[in-house]
Design a protein around this ligand. Structure first.
Ligand code: NAP
Length: 286
């Protein structure tokens, strides 16, 4: 297979690693706006060679893993250049604006809208890991708009990586993901900010940071370059989820002020249900 990865960072690099494992004879070409990342990807063996959009016409598969604002701009150009038999897969963490950007493109049938629910808080080619997608869910949107033969090619590869597939429309995806992913990131960023501002002496934070703080604040290490455009594109859903979250924080604060410890206990007891809900979900985010 002739695979092109556009954006050879954590998501693209991990995909390249898994594809090489399943199909060792795959030729992988990397395209990236960062020359440094491309060079690093070559050194790490994630890609076999560097390329540009002129290589797109002969690719069997193009995997586009660049920030969501870049996706909206680049995806139409990528579809302009692909061959009839090329499947273009994106991995953007939002889906509504990205799908709308190519809605009427003459090569819309070449595009499969995806969001693999897999990742870590790190970025760039050096963050790429083996088996990132194993057991993870891949959300696919508007599958009926992709040519059947091209869907099949992509699905076969996802199955080879042991991914679970969920079909969703772009607007439902963006609404649900605002709660389970985007809100978690804001919550983690603002928890980190609150503690940093309070504990001006960073040594104390480091010494006292038990696993609770470390694990809750993990997502605050994520890249602002990636997350700002996600929050921008999904602003309405994110603001709605934030309002509900802030209301819950206010309620919890008021219960403490009122010395209503039975209710405090009850709030936490009700939320313990999360244990059953999350049972069986493989570790690592996003
Ligand atoms: P990443 O590690 O930062 O890699 C993205 C790469 O794309 C970087 O090398 C970046 O270069 C490059 N790039 C940026 N704009 C480009 C453009 N216009 N053309 C070519 N290359 C460009 O990011 P990532 O974590 O892999 O995320 C990639 C995509 O997957 C995003 O859409 C994100 O929403 C989605 N996603 C991420 C996760 C996660 O947990 N990280 C999970 C699921 C989906 P520079 O660094 O120089 O900008």
């Amino acid at each position: 297979m002739n695979l092109i990865v556009i954006g050879i960072g954590l998501i693209g690099g991990s995909f390249a690693k898994d594809v090489k494992k399943i199909h060792p004879d795959t030729q992988i070409t990397g395209i990236d706006k960062s020359e440094e990342h491309l060079e690093e990807a070559l050194q790490l063996g994630l890609i076999d060679q560097k390329g540009d959009y002129t290589s797109l016409a002969t690719a069997d598969m193009v995997f586009v893993s660049i920030p969501v604002n870049a996706l909206v701009k680049e995806l139409p150009k990528i579809l302009d250049s692909v061959g009839d038999d090329t499947v273009v897969i994106d991995t953007g963490s939002t889906k509504e604006l990205i799908c709308a950007a190519v809605e009427n493109h003459p090569n819309r049938r070449n595009y499969l809208a995806c969001h693999p629910i897999a990742g870590t808080e790190f970025s760039g080619p050096s963050a790429a890991i083996n088996g990132l997608y194993h057991g993870k869910t891949n959300i696919i949107c508007e599958v009926e708009k992709t040519a059947f033969k091209l869907q099949e090619r992509a699905l076969e590869l996802f199955q080879g990586m042991n991914m679970r597939i969920r079909y969703m429309n772009p607007s439902a995806h963006d609404k649900h993901i605002a709660y389970v992913s985007h809100l978690s990131h804001i919550s983690s960023f603002m928890l980190g900010k609150t503690v940093i501002e309070k504990e001006k002496n960073e040594r104390d934070i480091f010494d006292l940071a038990g696993s609770g703080f470390e694990s809750t604040v993990r997502l605050a290490k994520s890249s602002p370059d990636m997350w700002t455009p996600i929050f921008e594109q999904n602003k309405e859903n994110v603001v709605e989820s934030l309002e509900e979250y802030i209301q819950n924080l206010e309620t919890f604060k008021q219960l403490l002020l009122d010395n209503a410890y039975e209710n405090v206990h009850q709030e936490m007891n009700n939320t313990n249900r999360i244990k059953q809900i999350l049972k069986g979900i493989p570790l690592t985010k996003s």
